[in-house]
Design a protein around this ligand. Sequence first.
Ligand code: UD1
Ligand code: CA
Length: 455
Amino acid sequence: MTERSCLSIILAAGEGTRMKSAKPKVLHEIAGLPMVAHVMNAARGAGGTEVALVIGHGADEVRKAAGRFKPSPEIFTQEQRLGTAHAVLAAREAIEQGYDDILVMFGDTPLIEAEPLLAARAKLAEGAAVVVVGFRPADPAGYGRLIERDGKLVAIREDKDASEAERKIGFCNGGLMAIAGKHAMSLLERVGNSNAKGEYYLTDIVEIATSEGLEVVATEASAESVLGINNRSELAEAEAIWQRRRRRQMMLSGVTLIAPETVHFSHDTEIGADTLVEPNVWFGPGVRVAEGATIHAFSHLEGASVATGSQVGPFARLRPGAELQEKSKVGNFCEVKKAVIEKGAKVNHLTYIGDARVGAGANIGAGTITCNYDGYGKHFTDIGAGAFIGSNSSLVAPIILGDGAYVASGSVITENVDGDALAFGRARQKAIPGKGRELRERFAAAAAARKAEKE
Ligand code: UD1
Ligand code: CA
C-alpha cells in the first residue's frame, strides 16, 4: 500500500458560530494543538503525504496558523460556501496532480486516527472507487444516512432530504471519504445542488458512482473517532476522550499514573518508562520527562525537560526552558524558568530560579530568589557547582557565584562571589546583654503610668 500516492483534503471552510469565539473553530485546541492539526496528523499517519487544506474566504488566521504547521499544508480557498463537494473542488489543482488515493476529511473532527483511514485506503487498493467511513451514533438526527441495497452502499441521504423510513437508519456518514484518484474529478464534477439545502453535497458521489457501475464500499469506525465539534461542550468532550486515550498509551508504555483521570497531557508530552506521575499534574506543551523520574502531586510543567532520576514537586512549577539534569530536585512551591539545574543540584523549597544555571550538586536554600528582572531586561545568574545558597537569599542578576561559593542566609548578593568564598550580604548580628529586659521594663512602666492617668 505504501507505494500508492495519497492526497488528503481537509475541509475547514464552514464557519459555524456556535463556538461563540473570535477564533476560527478549527483553531480551537485539543491537548494544546489546533483541531485541524490533529486531523492533519491522522492524515499523515495514514500515508497522506500531501495535505490540502480548504479554508473559507478571509480565513487569514487559519492560513497563518497552518503555515506554522510542520510540514505545512497546501492551502486552497473556497470563496463561497456552496457545499462539501464544492469545497473539495476548491483543491482541484491538487487533485489534478493525479494521486492514487484521495482522502476527504473535516477539520473539526479531531479524534480521527490513522487506522480507519488506512482501512479505507485498503478498500481503494482492492478496487473500490469510493469508500465511506460510517458510524452508528447514539442519535442519528442530523447525519447523512447510508442507504444500502443488497448489502451494498448505494447512496447517502442527508437528514434534511431523507424520507421518514430513511431517517430510521442508524448507520450514518462519519464525514470521511476515500476516493480513487482516477475517478475523483469526473465524480465530483457531476454533483448538482438540487436538494433541501441547495448545496453541492460530496455525499452525492456515492449515488453517481453506483450509477456508473463503480464499486462503493462502507466501512465502520467508532462514533468517538468521528466526533464532530460544534461548540465548546463538544470540544471538552473530545478533550476528555483524547486524554483518556493518551493516559492509556502512557501507562501501556511503562509510565505509572496513580490517578490517571487527574493527569493532563499535551499533544507532545513525552515520558519515559518507570517514571511515576502522582495525582493532579498538568503537562503543558513541550515537556519531556526521561525514565525513572518522579513528578509529585500538583505540579505544573510547560516547555521543560526532566532527566532520569529527578524529582519534581509536589506543587512545583516548571516553565519554558527549565532543564533538570540527572538526579536533580525541584521541590515544593518552587518555580523554575529558563534555567539549567545541573546534575544532583537541589532547589527544594519556596524558591524562584529564572534565567540561571545552578551548577552540579549545588544546594539552594529555602526562599532563595534570583532577581532576574529590573523592569526592563532579564539578567543571568550563574551559580557554580557545589555552591551553597543560604535560605532567604536574593541573588541580584547579572551575577556569578563561583564553584563552592557559600552564601550566608538572608543575604542580598549584588556582587560576584569567588569560588569557595563565603559571602555575607546583610548586616552581622549584634546582641546586647540584658538590653531586652531593660526595654521590657521601660515599656511596662510607661503603660502603667498612662493607665493611672486615665483613672
Ligand atoms: C456532513 C455530511 C453528512 C455527515 C456529516 C458528519 C455532507 C453533504 N454531509 O454533514 O453526510 O453525516 O457531515 O458530520 O457532506 N464545509 C466546507 N465548505 C462548504 C460546506 C462545508 O468547507 O461549503 C466543511 C465544513 O467546514 C465542515 C464539513 O465541510 O468541516 C462538513 O460540513 P457541514 O455543513 O458541517 O456538513 P454536515 O451537515 O454536518
Ligand atoms: Ca457538521
